[in-house]
Design a binder for this molecule. Structure first.
Ligand SMILES: [Zn+2]
Ligand SMILES: [Zn+2]
Length: 309
């Protein structure tokens, strides 16, 4: 995200930020005390603002960005060209930096960018507009829009033995996927600092939103075994539709967010290894490359390392 001075904003960007700041007042945040406001701008100039709505079972919490997109969609507006986000906390002084949306929101903003055909501008602003940063959704969710020409594929011979066995574990795990709706098999395997490997697959649900990706399942499996010092994760996918089998998939925004959280716990910029089932198209990136300007525990002033096992 590039910092820009307030004078360089257009009138439309100014009012979008104002709408996001005003929306922070409507946040329902009894648990975190962290108010987020978001406002989307459509091509025709309409603005839809909303705030975060938390839930006692933390998982059903919906971020302001997704609420604003839902509000626009429910009003028949899907041609989104920009989104502004602002936040403040009841628990500490105003946030000094404008950080990016969480991975799940990036995933949803990206989907809408495919609908509107526009690389949506993402504008983060502190509540007093002293720090304003702008980016685009494609920059905030690298690799989503990829062509093999644009990524550095690693030849299989260049992988070390840990990377090889991690990919193998991920490929094997694709066989256990529960995917009656998509027919899309995803396997993920995490490697801990001590060399343990935990593999899992995606588990879908008739209520699509309750689907859990393989990456999160593998992290959960490691965590349930007392292992949080993750240093690498391998992901492999295959589809029942043979034509899609050559595609090397990258983790969705929500999984990037989950991996980023664990990277804070293990204090390791987790290596993300993406491979097709034949290990022909392998891409290796770090989680910080896949989720730049991430929203993490430090934004909530929480030290997760102290809670490390
Ligand atoms: Zn979010
Ligand atoms: Zn995912």
């Amino acid at each position: 995200m590039k910092n820009i001075s307030s004078e360089n904003l257009s009138a439309a960007q100014h009012s979008l930020i104002e709408a996001a700041i005003a929306a922070t007042d409507t946040a329902y945040v009894p648990y975190s005390g962290y108010h987020v406001g978001a406002a989307v701008l459509t091509r025709s100039g309409s603005v839809f603002a909303a705030s975060n709505v938390e839930n006692v079972a933390y998982g059903p919490t919906v971020c302001a960005e997704r609420m604003a997109i839902g509000k626009a969609n429910a009003s028949g507006a899907r041609d989104i060209v920009a989104i502004a986000i602002s936040s403040r906390s009841d628990k500490f002084e105003k946030t000094k930096i404008a950080c990016g949306p969480c991975g799940s929101c990036r995933q949803v903003i990206y989907e809408m960018s495919q609908v509107s055909g526009y690389n949506i501008d993402v504008i983060g602003s502190t509540i007093d507009k002293s720090n304003i940063a702008v980016s685009t959704i494609e920059d905030l969710l690298p690799l989503r829009k990829k062509t093999y020409a644009s990524v550095n594929l690693i030849s299989s011979e260049k992988l070390n033995s840990d990377q090889h066995s991690l990919i193998e574990a991920a490929i094997d795990a694709t066989d256990t996927a529960y995917n009656p709706y998509s027919g899309y098999h995803v396997g993920a395997a995490v490697l801990t600092r001590s060399g343990s490997v935990f593999a899992a697959s995606n588990v879908e649900n008739a209520a699509y939103g309750s689907t859990i990706c393989a990456e999160q399942m593998a992290i959960g499996k490691a965590n349930a075994s007392g292992a949080r010092d993750i240093v690498a994760i391998a992901i492999s996918t295959r589809s029942d539709d043979q034509e899609k089998n050559e595609i090397t998939s990258d983790p969705c925004g929500t999984c990037r967010q989950a991996i980023y959280e664990m990277a804070q716990v293990s204090e390791c910029n987790i290596e993300v290894i993406m491979s097709d089932k034949n290990k022909r198209n392998v891409i290796v990136k770090s989680i910080e490359q896949l989720l730049p300007y991430a929203f993490g525990p430090s934004q909530l002033h929480i030290d997760v390392v102290k809670g490390n096992l």
